[in-house]
Design a protein around this ligand. Structure first.
Ligand SMILES: Cc1cc2nc3c(=O)[nH]c(=O)nc-3n(C[C@H](O)[C@H](O)[C@H](O)COP(=O)(O)OP(=O)(O)OC[C@H]3O[C@@H](n4cnc5c(N)ncnc54)[C@H](O)[C@@H]3O)c2cc1C
Length: 351
């Protein structure tokens, strides 16, 4: 056992190979950390949930920001890459998420050859004598510093109705395989996901959609210095659809019900299935000992504990816009810019 541990000893371990994990590996390499001293763990190395669940989804980020993200990290070596479809698209529009998965998959394959990949899942993490011990299925990895980039899962509510999973509802091809022609579907939410889901449903053969919402639709507004409602407002494809169909003329098969209205329970009773588009929450599958429950992270710098840091959609940075509006920064380019700020601290904040 001691030999195995000696072999699996690293300076850095990045858990998760979604966009945040890929960015973390890239920035560690940019900082000159030796490839031999970096471990990278993921069960699939398939660009995280973006690669496995969301490729058919229309994103909310203009192509120019995605290109900026790819050129932001020297180690991505994007100048050496083949010409991806992303580079032939209109830079002022958003694209399908598959178009950003393609370059990220290429970068992943190159990084796997450079650092030490482990195709596995971390089950528990413990802190002992200035090291973090990461338990995988059949081995233990020891690292001085660990970055958790483990992603999030869609939030749900208790329901006595059948639930159509969000990743199915957001995928027009998978949704088309369900026979919904006689079904009334309840859709909870009014954010980007809810709009994409409603569009997918109403473009198909659903009998009726009932949208349960709490707040008016929010739109992002672009200024030279900042973007108002950058993380919470609708953009591009979803904004266009909502302006026409939600804040304009509702389609015949759409009904909207405010969550505080008296007839909301009766309206829910009419639904055959429901879809929850009410945000995302941290995937919480790693046992952190000796702590009994999951530890909070610092929303400014991502620190969870000495030598333990969080990055990506599960650990977003809190930001305040010039009007005092507070949001959590979620997006590929934002994860990368956040790393520029926090990595100098993380490099020094050891276990
Ligand atoms: C529908 C949708 C649309 C989005 N559109 C955009 C967009 O247009 N533009 C944009 O910039 N952002 C977008 N985002 C936000 C964000 O950029 C993505 O969610 C992105 O995939 C988050 O990356 P991540 O690396 O944090 O997490 P993930 O992509 O979820 O990756 C996490 C990885 O960690 C692995 N992992 C988890 N637990 C463990 C463990 N215990 N051991 C080992 N590995 C583990 C997982 O298997 C996974 O591979 C969107 C998000 C969603 C959900």
């Amino acid at each position: 056992m001691l030999n195995v541990i000696a072999m699996n000893r690293f300076d850095w371990c990045v858990v998760g190979a979604g966009p945040a994990g890929i960015s973390a590996i890239g920035k560690l390499l940019d900082e000159g950390v030796s490839t031999k001293k970096i471990a990278w763990i993921d069960p699939l190395f398939n660009v995280g949930d973006l690669g496995s669940k969301w490729q058919r989804v229309h994103g909310n980020t203009k192509v120019k920001y995605l290109k900026l993200f790819l050129s932001h990290c020297n180690s991505f070596d994007i100048a050496e890459a083949p010409r991806f479809k992303l580079y032939s698209l209109n830079e002022h529009k958003a694209c399908l998420l598959a178009d950003i998965v393609e370059p990220l998959a290429w970068i992943t394959q190159r990084f796997i050859k450079r650092v030490n990949p482990f195709t596995d899942t971390v089950h528990s993490l413990s802190h002992n004598n200035h090291h973090w011990y990461l338990e995988l299925a059949k081995q233990t990895i020891v690292a001085n510093q660990v970055i958790l980039a483990t992603g999030s899962i869609p939030k749900t509510l208790p329901s006595n109705k059948p639930v159509i999973p969000l990743d199915v509802a957001m995928n027009d091809e998978k949704l088309a395989q369900l026979d919904l022609s006689q079904q009334t579907i309840g859709v909870y939410g009014s954010s980007h996901s809810a709009i994409v889901v409603m569009k997918n449903l109403l473009d198909g053969k659903v009998k009726k959609v009932v949208n349960f919402y709490r707040q008016p639709i929010k739109y992002a507004l672009f200024f030279d210095e900042f973007i108002l409602f950058d993380n919470t407002g609708l953009k591009d494809y979803a904004a266009d659809w909502a302006r026409e169909h939600i804040d304009g003329q509702w389609p015949d098969r759409l009904e909207r019900v405010h969550c505080a209205s008296d007839d909301k329970d009766q309206k829910l009773e009419q639904c055959d299935s429901v879809i929850f588009c009410i945000g995302f929450e941290k995937r919480d599958q790693i046992k952190l000992s000796p702590y009994k429950h999951s530890l909070p992270y610092n929303e400014g710098n991502g620190i969870i504990a000495p030598g333990l840091f969080g990055l990506g959609i599960a650990y977003p940075c809190r930001v305040t816009d010039p009007f005092g509006n507070v949001e959590h920064n979620v997006g590929l380019n934002k994860f990368m810019c956040h790393l520029d700020h926090v990595l100098p601290i993380w490099l020094q904040y050891k276990a």
